[in-house]
Design a protein around this ligand. Structure first.
Ligand SMILES: Cc1cc2nc3c(=O)[nH]c(=O)nc-3n(C[C@H](O)[C@H](O)[C@H](O)COP(=O)(O)OP(=O)(O)OC[C@H]3O[C@@H](n4cnc5c(N)ncnc54)[C@H](O)[C@@H]3O)c2cc1C
Length: 226
């Protein structure tokens, strides 16, 4: 049932008003939009965002909503390099008051059970965890979760948002796999594993989890393709 709910919500359309952009690091920006009263989402879900202020080829792309509803904004955080796509160039051109469309929220990458959880983020794959961690802070189950945030360039963002959570800012694959093993030993079959980031990074982590005999049902993936 929840699968249907998390998928059919793609038909919900919202028009969002741009408020401001925030530079998170050298190459990462957050774009903040006003949240309509009737728009809500489960922390960790994503939307399909459409550029409307100009005509571009690939005008719709999926992005995680990295905020939670009680913040009153829809926050989208993304890497923007030296030669951005037309979509990201259009995001950079947004001025306060301009609009963008959102379909959704969709997806099942959110916490369902309150069992111990390991969040594994690779680079920009940190976006769903900002929202999920903000949610659980409010629910007071922070002690049961750990965040492993891997960024080989040591450009970790959102540090201020992770003050009340057990987090390791990691720069090497070896350290990442080692920390996964420590969590696994501690929580055995009770642990859940959430992995988000690029396809290569997610596959690398999932292969490690499977080779460590973690059951498939204990692993949730959010693969940033698009
Ligand atoms: C469920 C889901 C959630 C997502 N959430 C987010 C999110 O929160 N934040 C986010 O940034 N993205 C997210 N994405 C991915 C997002 O939709 C875009 O696909 C991604 O940001 C790339 O954007 P772009 O194609 O506009 O290219 P740009 O990033 O502007 O890059 C321009 C071009 O450069 C090339 N390029 C860029 N990076 C690489 C690379 N590493 N290797 C090789 N070529 C490269 C590609 O040809 C690309 O088209 C999500 C995707 C999914 C499916």
């Amino acid at each position: 049932m929840s699968f249907l709910k998390d998928t059919l919500s793609i038909f919900k359309k919202s028009e969002l008003v741009f408020i401001e952009k925030v530079k998170e690091s050298q190459r990462v920006y957050s774009f903040l939009f006003k949240k309509d009263q009737d728009l809500t989402w489960k922390p960790g879900q994503h939307g399909l965002f459409t550029i409307t202020h100009k005509k571009i080829k690939n005008h719709t792309k999926p992005f995680t909503v990295s905020s939670i509803p009680s913040e009153g904004v829809v926050r989208l955080t993304t890497t923007i390099g030296e030669n951005p796509s037309d979509f990201k160039q259009a995001l950079l051109e947004l001025e306060p008051g301009m609009k963008i469309n959102m379909s959704g929220p969709v997806g099942s990458f959110y916490l369902k059970e309150k069992s111990p959880a390991l969040f594994i983020a690779a680079d920009i794959g940190i976006t769903p965890f900002r929202a999920i961690i903000k949610q659980i802070e409010g629910e007071n189950i922070g002690k049961q979760v750990k965040l492993l945030y891997f960024d080989s360039e040591n450009m970790h963002i959102y540090k201020v948002d992770f003050k009340n959570v057990d987090v390791d800012f990691i720069t090497t694959k070896e350290q990442l796999l080692q920390e996964i093993n420590i969590f696994k030993e501690k929580h055995k079959e009770k642990g859940q594993y959430f992995v988000a980031g690029s396809k290569d990074a997610v596959n690398m982590v999932v292969e490690h989890l499977k080779s460590s005999n973690i059951a498939k049902r204990a692993i949730k993936k959010d693969v940033f393709v698009g």
